[in-house]
Write a protein that binds this ligand. Sequence first.
Ligand code: IDP
Ligand code: MG
Length: 139
Amino acid sequence: MAMEQTLSLIKPDGVSRGLIGEVIGRFERAGLGIKAMKLLQLTKSQAQMFYAVHRDKGFFDSLTGFMSSGPIVAMILEGEDAIARNRELMGATDYRKAAPGTIRADFARDIEANIVHGSDAPDTAQTEIAFFFNSLEKV
Ligand code: IDP
Ligand code: MG
């Protein structure tokens, strides 16, 4: 295990449904530290940049429309094995396959609007953190 940082997003559905505190509480109780945090709304083109890896997928236009449809919360989480532990707390992409007690199993009812994003590997964590935060915005 290594000390890691990862990017977490509470997606527009999580913010509009009043789940900011619920999601952050789960991270805090799991011992993940918050090293940066802000509320913002992506433009469609920023959402397209963030999700560029999915540009050839059939759901790309819908996904980036959804991700730019309202405010999101962006956070840097830090802890031992933070990337995998955040993904465990989130649950599988498809809420129907997410383990009981995970964020997506508990709250998502749509494969696209699934409450949270989390980086999936050290290299994507680094790129995604740099996409949202500059050095003055981190503790
Ligand atoms: P992840 O968020 O669990 O890492 P990815 O495969 O990276 O999942 O997909 C990014 C996001 O795209 C998902 O969180 C979800 O919002 C959306 N998405 C993934 N697969 C589908 C799909 O089959 N239909 C609609 N949206 C999808
Ligand atoms: Mg992903």
